[in-house]
Design a protein around this ligand. Structure first.
Ligand code: AP5
Length: 217
């Protein structure tokens, strides 16, 4: 099973993809997490991606596609994946379809988390991320037990460089121009479901589970 989780920055993709993956026994593959890991490790891919990520621009398709296809080839992805933040352009979606078709697979569902821009800004400017496992927290809605330590792995929490008000505004614009048109691609195939992403994390998780036909979360 391959599920694409879409939505603007801060819609809750990372939060919900981790839950869905655990619930369905699928791998959670997040392009943004993979890029940030590569940047932190100082790999050649990370050095190519860094300037784009910090400015809130999309990393070039060839860089991202190679990274994702390599990740999809790993053993934990064979039972299926929740894709979080990928694809983000039509070209990425087409490469993904070809790669899946070569293994007799396909994208089974695309879920769009719909959240108003005002809510997004509040979520992102108050988000903290674990440096080690990348778990997202929110200072008010989903606070860690200790203010700067990850509950899950004990890693240090930090604020992403692209979570400033100015860069969030730019990321929303990039989403509208480059990624939102992809919704029509999945709608035409009859596999797009729009889900209200506002409200409590548990409520949104339940809506997503229903949209996938997997019952209450
Ligand atoms: P990426 O890391 O994918 O960032 P994004 O899409 O901008 O999404 P975010 O991670 O900001 O938000 P999210 O939707 O995951 O929300 P979260 O669950 O954390 O990409 C970063 C960059 O990498 C891009 O700008 C680009 O440069 C590059 N990149 C990545 N993929 C690429 C690709 N395919 N092609 C090219 N370039 C690519 O939640 C946000 C906050 O809200 C958290 O604090 C959370 O705790 C809180 N929250 C979540 N749900 C709720 C709720 N229901 N109620 C209250 N608070 C909530």
């Amino acid at each position: 099973m391959v599920v694409v989780l879409m939505g603007p920055p801060g819609a809750g993709k990372g939060t919900q993809a981790a839950r869905l993956a655990e619930r369905l026994g699928l791998a959670h593959v997040a392009s943004g997490d993979l890029l940030r890991e590569a940047i932190a490790a100082g790999t050649s891919l990370g050095r190519q991606a860094q300037v784009y990520v910090e400015r809130g621009e999309l990393v070039p398709d060839d860089v991202v596609v190679g990274m994702i296809l390599e990740r999809l080839g790993q053993p934990d992805c064979q039972a299926g994946v929740i894709l979080d933040g990928f694809p983000r352009t039509l070209a990425q979606a087409e490469v993904l379809d070809k790669a899946l078709a070569s293994r007799s697979g396909q994208v089974n569902a695309a879920l769009e988390l719909d959240v108003p821009a005002g809510v997004i800004l509040e979520r992102l400017t108050r988000r903290r991320i674990c440096r080690d496992c990348q778990a997202p927290y929110h200072l008010e809605h989903n606070p860690p037990a200790r203010s700067d330590i990850c509950d899950r792995c004990g890693g240090e929490l930090y604020q992403r460089e692209d979570d400033t008000e100015e860069t969030v505004g730019h990321r929303l614009q990039v989403y509208a121009e480059r990624t939102a048109p992809l919704l029509a691609y999945y709608r035409q195939r009859g596999i797009l479901r729009r889900v209200d992403g506002a409200g409590e994390v548990d409520e949104v998780a339940e809506r997503l589970a229903r949209a996938l036909g997997t019952g209450a979360a």
